[in-house]
Design a protein around this ligand. Structure first.
Ligand code: ADP
Ligand code: ADP
Length: 226
């Protein structure tokens, strides 16, 4: 687990669009921070900069106790979950969960243990031998989350992970995410355009508009002073 600090961070894309404008935000160790705002407000860009998938134009990004502006994604010890799952279609659920650990040369017995634990937390045991094509959308998203969990990273970064699910599944998955966070306390940055999601998931919610941070508050404070 680690704090994530953005200090006066800008992102200007090559076409000249300023997607993120002087963003200063301190995400505490173990905190669940939601970035919310309308499409195009710079949420994904902010998340991708934390992940190291986009360069930072100006400012400073700290993960844990080091400045990571120039650190490649694979050295940031964070795990990302996307809305389109990004599962390997030719691998079973079990193999999908284990893949990242094998790549990192985690010993076999530990891979088995971590995969079993994540499968248990996410209710995936019955599906371990299935391939992604034989899973529902909700089950696929659980596998995608499982792949992040088994890594035991310093932080989770999630980009609209529930937006491809129907309303009923979204409610279920919000409950699962809350429960996972209670158990793991992993620092999480979660991007959504859905205000209900933001209010039910976040320890705090950061509201962005046109690349500018408008407000950072707990859901209760936001509800009382919208
Ligand atoms: P959000 O995630 O809130 O929808 P984004 O971070 O995707 O917003 O986009 C913020 C702004 O940056 C938008 O104006 C978008 O068009 C622009 N943008 C996003 N990605 C790129 C890119 N690769 N090149 C140029 N402009 C981009
Ligand atoms: P949703 O649309 O709710 O995401 P689906 O309609 O795709 O889910 O699937 C409903 C149920 O059927 C799920 O429990 C899923 O595991 C199962 N299922 C879907 N496709 C297959 C398949 N090809 N083989 C076996 N089970 C499947």
């Amino acid at each position: 687990m680690a704090q994530i600090v953005l200090n006066g961070v800008d992102k200007v894309y090559s076409g000249g669009v300023k997607a993120v404008d002087n963003l200063t935000l301190e995400i505490k160790d173990g905190e669940f921070m939601v970035l919310v705002g309308p499409s195009g407000c710079g949420k994904s860009t902010a998340l991708r900069m934390i992940a190291g998938l986009e360069d930072i134009t100006a400012g400073e990004l700290v993960i844990g106790d080091r400045v990571v502006n120039d650190l490649p994604p694979k050295n940031r010890d964070i795990a990302m979950v996307f809305q389109n799952y990004a599962l390997y279609p030719h691998m079973t659920v079990e193999e999908n969960l284990a893949f990242g650990l094998k790549l990192r040369k985690v010993p076999k017995a530990e891979v088995k243990e971590r995969v079993a634990k994540a499968a248990d937390m996410l209710g995936l045991e019955p599906y371990l031998k299935r391939k992604p094509a034989a899973l529902s959308g909700g089950q696929r998203q659980r596998v995608a989350m499982g792949r992040a969990i088994v890594r035991e990273p310093q932080a989770f970064l999630m980009d609209e992970p529930l937006s491809n699910l129907d309303a009923k599944l979204r409610v279920q998955m919000r409950a699962s995410l809350n429960q996972l966070h209670e158990e793991l306390h992993t620092t999480t940055v979660y991007v959504t355009h859905d205000q209900v999601e933001a209010m039910t998931l976040g320890d705090r919610v950061a509201v962005l508009r046109e690349g500018i941070l408008q407000q950072v508050d707990t859901p209760k404070e936001l509800f009382d002073n919208p």
